[in-house]
Design a protein around this ligand. Sequence first.
Ligand SMILES: [Zn+2]
Length: 343
Amino acid sequence: MKKLLPTSTAGSLPKPVWLAEPEKLWSPWKLQDEQLVLGKQDALRLSLLDQTQAGIDIVSDGEQTRQHFVTTFIEHLHGVDFENRKTVKIRNRYDASVPGVVSAVERKKPVFVEDAKFLRSQTDQPIKWALPGPMTMIDTLYDDHYKSREKLAWEFAKILNEEAKELEAAGVDIIQFDEPAFNVFFDEVNDWGIAALERAAEGLKCETAVHICYGYGIKANTDWKKTLGNEWRQYEEVFPKLQKSSIDIVSLECMNSHVPMELIELIRGKKVMVGAIDVATNTVETPEQVADVLRKALQFVDADKLYPCTNCGMAPLSKEVANGKLRALAAGAEIVRKEILGT
Ligand SMILES: [Zn+2]
């Protein structure tokens, strides 16, 4: 990116009411078949318009074509049984009914590549595409086949790599892997999680990012956050190894997150997507509040490596609130950009 402090969002944005019930995760589609295909494209166009009108620099599909950031990808794979679901605890936090791995997992055809081509055709701005990370994928399933979290993560990493290479060929500038599980399973992250992530990104020439957050603003997550104490030091466990990894960008939650900002020092050298918008509240930040978080981050990230962002996805918020937050992000980044450039 040539522009200083380029803004982007961590991932999902609200869907239009005619496509899926708003302010809800896993919201079922209201359209079917060909209408659904066209409806998703229209929603993607609207989401893109919301982002560009707000002044966001690196745009995305707003995840308009998927029901959920992990399960929609998994639904397209062979070897996963969606009929016989089991209840498991996700990230040691909340119960969810999830599909199971019943045989070797395979990606027989691309999952998001057509959607990415469509987004590419709609804009000349840099585009970012989010995929689930291998560790977060295995945590959203039960496994009746590999019987090893590490083995299954490795298989998913290979599949993600195939998809990522095709997304790159479709013109995606940044491929982001969402790994909220990196904030929970520290030993596994260091034993094999980062290696699996690097396998997913192997050979890519476009930029790569990993998004590590404290989750959507849903009750299970906000309840969990209350147990974490005044200082959230989870990032400290995984940053040293991540700093040495081949991933270019690390996307973090910094607004209202109780994460000590100085932890960012541990990934010095990486580009950092600094979450300066809280997705767990309906209160729209002021540009000055956003600027304040970015100024604090600048003590630990070089200005040319700081990418202002949201803490996480905004799918569960209303469109009005999400759009307000997008504008606050762009305006807050502009304040700090002017300070740096002395204009
Ligand atoms: Zn997130």
